[in-house]
Design a binder for this molecule. Structure first.
Ligand SMILES: N[C@@H](CCC(=O)N[C@@H](CS)C(=O)NCC(=O)O)C(=O)O
Length: 252
């Protein structure tokens, strides 16, 4: 019952944002060095930055700064002079940007070579929808929970609107666990639907030379969330298994 409620409210959160952060550009040109995003999963403003990352098919190191969290707050204060999120660092260009407006604009102009679409800009209407998405999730992914520090970053395969992946991103944020976010949004019609019930007839084939294609080659299917923890050598599919694993190993 609880699981159904969690998934239902995560689907509602994605619906409130019109499923932005589902599709990904076909470009495979990833920047040399990983972008770094100081982020709070439940923050309405941060959502716009993560939607832009998915839609531009960009990966990032996510550095969680939940309310009441202490692990990365000082580092953020030193970098930006404030503890406000989202804050983006692009080591490829030396850019440091605060606020979703500036971040979305920069990502689209620099990496997408175009203006950001209105649908991804934090206008008043979109901000209200994003805040409602936070409310329907019962403010999950906002506040820190007691946790053990993690020596090496994990990797999470995800895309912003994925209702199952959101549950995992919320927990990673609450536990202040930094991770490499690998976005594998939908790049063609055949990608649409859950992994075991695609809205596509015939054998599923991701577009060649994409992150999806590499994932398929490695795992025989494409499904998110998928978590890799180099600290323990564990890698996991299934959101519920990942949530249990994170709480058992890193919760206090
Ligand atoms: N039972 C799985 C379901 C995961 C799932 O269906 N994920 C969707 C995205 S929300 C997916 O991987 N779809 C296939 C795709 O994106 O290609 C879980 O709880 O993690």
């Amino acid at each position: 019952m609880q699981k159904t409620r969690e998934l239902g409210s995560s689907i509602l959160a994605s619906s409130l944002r019109g499923w932005r952060g589902s599709s990904a550009s076909r470009s495979v040109q990833l920047p040399h060095q990983l972008l770094e995003l100081y982020d709070r999963e439940g923050c309405a403003h941060c959502r716009f930055a993560r939607e832009a990352l998915t839609e531009l098919n960009l990966d990032a190191r996510i550095i969680p700064v939940p309310l009441g969290g202490t692990r990365f707050r000082q580092e953020l204060m030193q970098l930006s002079g404030s503890d406000q999120v989202p804050f983006l660092v692009d080591p490829n260009t030396g850019e440091k940007l605060a606020g979703s407006d500036a971040i979305v604009d920069y990502l689209f102009r620099h990496y997408g070579h175009r203006e950001p679409p209105v649908s991804l800009q934090p206008t008043r209407r979109h901000l209200i929808a994003s805040k409602l998405a936070t409310v329907v999730r019962g403010s999950r992914g906002l506040e820190a929970r007691p946790s053990k520090p993690v020596a090496r970053d994990m990797t999470l395969y995800s895309f912003e609107s994925s209702p199952y992946s959101r549950l995992v991103r919320e927990r990673l944020c609450e536990l202040e666990i930094p991770y490499r976010l690998v976005n594998i949004g939908k790049q063609q019609r055949a990608d649409i639907g859950p992994a075991n019930f695609r809205l596509h007839l015939g054998k599923y084939k991701p577009l060649p030379n994409t992150k999806r294609a590499s994932f398929m080659e490695q795992h025989g299917n494409v499904q998110v969330p998928y978590l890799v923890d180099p600290n323990t050598g564990v890698d996991l599919f299934e959101s519920q298994d990942i949530l249990q694993y994170l709480s058992r190993h890193y919760g206090c």
